[in-house]
Design a protein around this ligand. Structure first.
Ligand code: SF4
Ligand code: SF4
Length: 475
């Protein structure tokens, strides 16, 4: 059946129209060396208000060195203008790896009988959260397989309550983002009422044919149900949604274009685009051999994708995980990443029981195995400010209210002092002496960049944190 492209439609095949993607890719191929057009697109991109999926597809296809240089330098500039030198830290928390789906790229697929299956009890979640708080984390992303019997929505809600309730020493988890399978409007409403941060759901692939082959069994096989999930989430009142694809499942240019069309669709229908975009790449894991996937992408293409996304959707946060090496992370942080995980465990119970982080129980092999303190230290040696800020959704700055501030580049006035305040908490409560020394110098230097009024309030709050007479200050 033919589907006419319509970004305002609520039908998956219309807002992610295969014809439109293929037509855009053809257009990109025809114009990838068209200098006047490339210059016009770059000129528009320099306004820092974004590009259409078609324009961005041309930039991605272009292999002219002088244009690519401009793309990378513009991405860096946009990154600085919107996100400064801050990097928000988070950790994934795997609650249960029971799953009824058959995703062929994930070791948790239902047919994998030798993987260690685990669903944490509330007591075990408590232990994990304490371990995470003791590392210094304030922001989590919870992950569960899809299993209506083992992982019903009630289990997710109860776990959220547990996570938010734990206050160990000076620790607290202040924002929990949720990554669960596509569900009903009613369940999304329950998640909203439970106070989640962002609802995250990766499309995996926007190519319907590949999608159906890669998800041969289980409820996730239903492409439309999965692709239309963000609309139901927003209908259920969730303001902030995070999208992403698993690069390597289909051709990267197809995925890139689909991702941007999804962002345009959310903006067209709900008036607010995605809060974040994640850029995971296919990784080896138990039962998974990346040689089976011909569309895996190399580091150069990966960097180009990050840069082009930064240019196409400047106000959408971009997330990178510990699937990537230190070297790759270093390369793409400056091209547009605004959030990264640190000290991650991708097995169920892996924080309080590190021995569970065995190859046959993790969802994927973590490449960046450094501790959170090492990651914080590394970020600061590159002049980034590690931030544990969670202020926005707690202050009601979500959805369009957030985007308004972000698009006007005003959000910076909150992010910057908040980054310093939350870094100070980390330094006082969790840092090694060496990291603390580095951090104190960085805070002193960055304080000088704030306006006098904001600097005065920030200094007073920093002092309270240092004296241990207060925590959780925020703009
Ligand atoms: S990707 Fe998610 S849904 Fe698919 S098998 Fe893994 S845990 Fe289950
Ligand atoms: S102020 Fe808002 S946008 Fe900025 S880092 Fe904090 S939560 Fe994120």
């Amino acid at each position: 059946m033919e589907h006419k492209y319509n970004p305002k439609s609520l039908i998956a095949d219309e807002f992610i129209s295969n014809d439109e993607i293929e037509e855009s890719l053809r257009y990109a191929d025809e114009n990838k060396n068209n200098l006047p057009l490339l210059q016009t697109i770059l000129q528009k991109a320099r306004l820092e208000k974004g590009l259409t999926h078609r324009e961005a597809a041309v930039l991605l296809a272009c292999d002219l060195p002088e244009i690519n240089e401009q793309i990378f330098s513009l991405a860096q500039q946009i990154k600085i203008n919107y996100y400064g030198n801050r990097m928000v830290l988070f950790a994934p928390l795997y609650l249960s790896n029971y799953c009824v789906n058959g995703c062929v790229y994930c070791p948790y697929h239902a047919k994998n009988k030798h993987i260690f299956r685990k669903k944490m009890t509330q007591d075990e979640i408590r232990d994990e959260v304490i371990a995470l708080q003791d590392m210094g984390h304030k922001r989590l992303a919870i992950e569960l397989g899809e299993d209506p019997v083992n992982n019903p929505i009630e289990y997710v809600l109860e776990s959220l309550k547990t996570i938010y309730s734990i206050k160990h020493k000076n620790g607290a988890i202040r924002r929990v983002n949720v990554n669960i399978a596509a569900t009903t409007v009613e369940n999304y409403r329950k998640l909203k009422d439970a106070g989640i941060g962002t609802y995250i759901l990766f499309q995996e692939t926007y190519n319907r044919q590949s999608y159906e082959t890669l998800h041969p069994t289980g409820p996730k096989h239903d492409y439309a149900w999965h692709t239309e999930a963000m609309d139901r989430a927003m209908e259920g009142g969730i303001d902030d949604v995070g999208i992403g694809v698993l690069f390597g499942l289909s051709t990267y240019r197809y995925e890139f274009t689909g991702l941007l069309m999804h962002a345009e669709h959310l903006e067209a229908v709900h008036g607010v685009g995605p809060h974040t975009i994640s850029v995971p790449r296919l990784r080896p894991a138990d039962d998974i051999d990346t040689n089976d996937f011909k569309d895996c992408i190399n580091d150069d293409i990966f960097a180009k994708i990050v840069a082009c996304l930064r240019i196409a959707v400047p106000y959408t946060g971009m997330i990178i995980s510990t699937r990537e090496s230190k070297k790759t992370r270093e390369r793409v942080l400056k091209l547009g990443i605004s959030q990264l995980s640190g000290g991650s465990k991708t097995s169920v119970g892996g924080y309080s029981h590190p021995e569970r982080e065995e190859p046959n129980s993790a969802q994927f092999d973590v490449i960046d195995n450094r501790t959170l303190d090492e990651v914080i230290n590394w970020l600061m040696t590159m002049d980034y400010i590690p931030s544990f800020c969670t202020a926005c959704y707690r202050a009601g700055r979500t959805g369009d209210r957030f985007m308004e501030l972000c698009k006007a580049k005003q959000i910076h006035n909150c992010c910057h002092p908040n980054a310093l305040l939350t870094l100070q908490e980390y330094l006082c409560d969790y840092a090694s002496p060496e990291t603390r020394e580095l951090g104190e110098k960085l805070i002193a230097k960055e304080l000088a960049t704030l306006s006098p009024q904001v600097a005065a309030t920030t200094s007073a709050w920093l002092e309270k944190i240092r004296n241990n007479t207060g925590r959780d200050f925020r703009f």
